[in-house]
Design a protein. Structure first.
Length: 143
């Protein structure tokens, strides 16, 4: 597993943070299209999803939100652990059914605390066909 360092950034409530997050995901991928999943304790992860959708259109690169592909990213929001049902490890292993170690991993920090982490996976055909939970909140339709 490779670890990529990311410089401290603005607070995650600011659009600049999500622009950097999406930009870093896109720049770390040199193989064309990819897929991604976004986790947040509230299950919606609107900001990360919207930034990825925006960047995908801006960069004219096809992405597959909430689907597995040969290159799959997980963007994981910080978890305050007050909701016992919102656990990023359970989400990854039980709902996404991705159990291996990431090929690339990085985290962000702000002035106050640790923030998002990103994991990049290279999945084989068997891992792609092991479908994730179809009940995941995968759009931004409720916003």
């Amino acid at each position: 597993m490779k670890y990529m360092s990311s410089p401290p950034t603005t607070h995650e409530f600011h659009w600049k943070f999500y622009r950097q997050l999406a930009g870093d995901v896109f720049s770390s991928n040199n193989q064309g299209g990819f897929s991604y999943f976004a986790f947040s304790p509230d299950q919606y992860a609107y900001q990360a999803k919207y930034a990825m959708r925006y960047f995908s259109q801006e960069q004219n690169i096809q992405t597959l939100p909430f689907q597995k592909s040969a290159i799959t990213y997980l963007m994981i929001a910080p978890n305050d652990n007050t909701n016992p049902w919102a656990n990023e490890e359970c989400w990854q292993k039980e709902q996404l059914k991705i159990t291996k170690q990431p090929d690339l991993f990085w985290t962000y920090s702000t002035d106050q605390f640790e923030s998002y982490s990103v994991k990049k996976f290279s999945l084989n055909q068997e891992e792609i066909e092991n479908e994730s939970d179809p009940n995941l909140v995968n759009g931004i339709q409720f916003r």
